[in-house]
Design a protein around this ligand. Structure first.
Ligand code: SF4
Length: 208
């Protein structure tokens, strides 16, 4: 222990930009991806670089799948995750995230929104993994099965629950953006450009 007393600061100004965005967990932790889906060793570097270039802090949302099934899980489709139990789990995360979004907004920060992950049955925004054939039976021993998936124009289960929570709290001005997990789920460069446009536009409208 030192004898020094903490100084009372005479100003509320500090180094913060006051801007933040919520990111799907795996954008900042590629180890969370279902095996075979990680596209980079650690983080999605282009997104991190872009956000830092604009002085935007990022808040990592929990991964709904890892916190439900663990890191050694099979890849699944939306109807397998569309259970009441998994939805409740997603709702709990959504509530916790919206609490965070609200408290920062209530205290003068600019919360830009959320970056989701196209292709995921859980975090997809523009598309999500669905069963290739609606009549296909999903179940039984995985080593006997050879199910096929496709990317359908639908949102993932967590995205649906997060949007519902956002709407219930009247926070609809928060943006929903996304980056694709795999190239079949969309163009990475186009999605990144859309995020850049959104964060630049938002900044201009705040400073105008
Ligand atoms: S897309 Fe969503 S569920 Fe899938 S690994 Fe990333 S955070 Fe987890």
């Amino acid at each position: 222990m030192t004898e020094k007393l903490g100084k009372i600061k005479d100003s509320l100004q500090d180094a913060r930009s006051g801007r933040l965005i919520f990111l799907s967990h795996c954008l900042l932790n590629q180890n969370a991806c279902v095996r075979g889906l990680a596209s980079q060793p650690a983080v999605i570097r282009e997104l991190v670089d872009l956000l830092l270039a604009h002085d935007i802090a990022f808040y990592q949302m929990p991964c709904p799948e890892v916190t439900y099934l663990g890191s050694m899980r099979w890849g699944q489709v939306k109807k397998m995750y569309g259970t009441p139990m998994f939805r409740r789990h997603c709702r709990q995360i959504a509530e916790q995230i919206c609490d965070q979004a609200q408290t920062y907004r209530d205290n003068g920060h600019e919360v830009i929104g959320f970056v989701m992950r196209d292709g995921s049955p859980t975090c997809g925004l523009k598309c999500a993994a669905v069963s290739a054939d609606d009549d296909q039976v999903w179940g039984g021993m995985v080593w006997h099965a050879s199910p096929l998936q496709r990317f359908g124009r639908t949102e993932g289960v967590f995205t649906e629950e997060l949007k519902a929570e956002v709407a219930q709290r009247g926070l609809q001005d928060l943006l929903f953006l996304s980056l694709p997990e795999v190239e079949e789920a969309g163009s990475f460069q186009d999605a990144l450009a859309e995020i850049e446009r959104a964060v630049t536009k938002q900044k201009q409208s705040v400073s105008a």
